[in-house]
Design a protein around this ligand. Structure first.
Ligand SMILES: [Fe+2]
Ligand SMILES: [Fe+2]
Ligand SMILES: [Fe+2]
Length: 278
């Protein structure tokens, strides 16, 4: 099987992982604080590791990792319904991995896919268990319908964070500068924290997080990547600063200032890298 064909199959797998991450995070945030939400977030993190392994494999094959998000199963009214959807999504993933293991002839890639499949089988069991638990405990959607300016600002923050997470992980796969790769990975993890804080805050104050992103910069030269990153970080630091000044709620202000300061730090890290890159 030629490289391009394998890349196309692995990109299908990446898109599936991407969809699973967002579906599970949406569910975890919507059920509020609790043990089950934490466990589901941990499963989403495992899907992120899968995505990472798949992307690194694609780059080794001289391919470009897909940023598209695969199909999600987002319907359902209660936590029980959501957990059933998560069971079904795992089944879709397992079927896809089984098919790809069968048709890909590269031993190393086959082994990686088998490794991921064993995780998905375990997740499948976890979600089946969560269906029963949610049913027994009558767990409900804890999101509210508040949709004023504060919620809009926080959802704008999520949109930004999701965009830069994709941008930085994509760039970390594509850059040949080792230090830039490390920093992009680190800052992407920091942006994931921001996304989580914002989503939890929204649910806390009776809103509903919206996890969508805008256009991702896909420059292939490291200097171009860093220039795009610095620009977006400067814009977002200013926006968080404005939002912090507008809010009356001291908790929310503290959160926005903390995120703003991280964004300023990111600006400086990327500016240093750009200077070294020349
Ligand atoms: Fe999974
Ligand atoms: Fe951020
Ligand atoms: Fe940032």
């Amino acid at each position: 099987m030629d490289k391009a064909k394998i890349v196309a199959l692995l990109n299908q797998d990446i898109e599936g992982e991407h969809g699973a991450i967002i579906q599970y995070l949406t569910h975890a945030y919507a059920m509020g604080e609790g043990e089950m939400a934490c466990e589901i977030e941990a499963l989403a993190r495992e899907e992120m590791r899968h995505l990472d392994w798949l992307a690194e494999t694609i780059v080794e094959l001289s391919g470009v990792p897909s940023l598209k998000r695969g199909a999600m199963r987002m319907g359902g009214e209660s936590v029980t319904d959501w957990m059933r959807n998560d069971v079904l999504l795992e089944e879709n993933g397992m079927n896809l991995y089984r098919e790809h293991i069968k048709i890909i002839d590269d031993i190393k890639i086959k082994r990686l896919l088998k490794r991921i499949l064993s995780d998905e089988e375990s997740h499948h069991g976890d979600f089946k268990h969560f269906v029963e638990k949610a049913q027994k405990e009558g767990m409900q959607d804890v999101r509210g319908t508040r949709s004023d300016r504060v919620i809009q600002t926080l959802n704008w923050g999520i949109e930004h964070e999701y965009t830069v997470i994709l941008q930085y992980i994509f760039q970390s796969y594509m850059t040949t500068n080792k230090e830039a790769k490390k920093q992009l990975e680190d800052q992407a993890i920091n942006e994931m924290q921001h996304l989580g804080w914002l989503a939890e805050k929204i649910v806390d104050i009776s809103g509903s997080p919206r996890i969508e992103h805008t256009e991702v910069d896909q420059s292939t030269k490291t200097a171009d990547m860093l220039r795009a990153d610095i620009k977006i970080e400067q814009e977002v630091a200013a926006a968080y600063d404005r939002a912090a000044k507008e809010t009356e709620d001291p908790d929310l202000r503290g959160l926005l200032i903390r995120i703003r300061d991280h964004e300023l730090y990111h600006t400086e890290v990327f500016s240093d890298l750009l200077r070294e890159e020349g």
